[in-house]
Design a protein around this ligand. Sequence first.
Ligand SMILES: NC(=O)c1ccc[n+]([C@@H]2O[C@H](COP(=O)([O-])OP(=O)(O)OC[C@H]3O[C@@H](n4cnc5c(N)ncnc54)[C@H](OP(=O)(O)O)[C@@H]3O)[C@@H](O)[C@H]2O)c1
Length: 330
Amino acid sequence: MSHLPDTKRYEQMKYRYAGHSGLQLPELSLGLWHNFGTESDYKVTSDIICTAFDHGITHFDLANNYGPVAGSAEQRFGNILNDQLASYRDEMIISSKAGYYMWPGPYGEWGSRKYLISSCDQSLKRLKLDYVDIFYHHRPDPNTPLEETMGALAQLVRQGKALYVGISNYHAHEAMQAKQILDDLSCPCILNQVRYSILDRWTEKDGLLDAMDNQIGMICFSPLAQGLLTGRYLDGTIPVGSRASENRFLSSDSITAEKVAMLNKLNQIAVQRGQTLSEMAISWLLKDPRVTSVLIGASSVAQLKENLKAIEQEIPFTQKELADIDTLTL
Ligand SMILES: NC(=O)c1ccc[n+]([C@@H]2O[C@H](COP(=O)([O-])OP(=O)(O)OC[C@H]3O[C@@H](n4cnc5c(N)ncnc54)[C@H](OP(=O)(O)O)[C@@H]3O)[C@@H](O)[C@H]2O)c1
């Protein structure tokens, strides 16, 4: 795949600072949770990644357990990077995480220093990298002192294995405790990666954005509710190969006639705005300047290109549109 001249690539994207740091992330980032492991077609995955990069998506998000099979998304990404994008490494922000189950025994999940340091070392090997740009603790661990977990993140930065650190799935009070510990270690926490979409508002109820007050940036995962906030399920059928058809974290049973009717009403609002449902779902998150980046997944170049249109044209929301969306979803 040929790459666009640099100037063209960066004309197409806008960038926002991650919290109180000097690191800018694209408004749209690409996550490799599903669709990028060994079970996926190499060319399709490489085309999605290269197309994303060619459109100014500089940030690629991974974790130790992404695949399927766990670990294989990092391996696949490392191969694609080596084959096609090696000379662009300094233009890319590559993240990984540890926190969920990765290997058996007491040291293969959660938040101990033992697990985090070994997992980061394993990720670097799979990615064929000397360092990741961001390393996250993937989920809070109720049984490990937060000082130990945050100390391990700071250690990775001191060792040069990560440039920045973040947390993921941390509620407001946990995030602010983590921030304080990392500040004391002179290693700022730049991002909290959390699930946030029109259909999932836990962060609003938690007061997370207010609590983080732009000191920690928010990067929102599953912004399209794993495909529900797209055209994928609007006709009430489950397409072959979709996440719901394989019950991969999105169960086909959850796509009820009632839900499809609600999604179609949301789609009507999108159409009146001149957008598709997925474009509107992305714009809805980006309307808050405290959101650093919207972290999407994709299983095809066509999906990615549709989602990129949300960035091309900023269409502000009217109060009525916002109220109608809330009435349908809250
Ligand atoms: N920190 C955490 O705990 C955590 C947890 C989950 C995710 N994440 C991160 O967030 C990233 C995104 O999560 P996600 O994949 O759930 O996000 P998502 O953007 O809500 O869902 C992506 C899925 O939606 C469908 N889709 C996307 N664009 C579409 C379009 N234009 N038309 C039709 N369908 C479309 C595709 O489904 P099909 O595959 O069915 O085609 C795609 O795989 C992950 O890759 C990962 O990096 C982090």
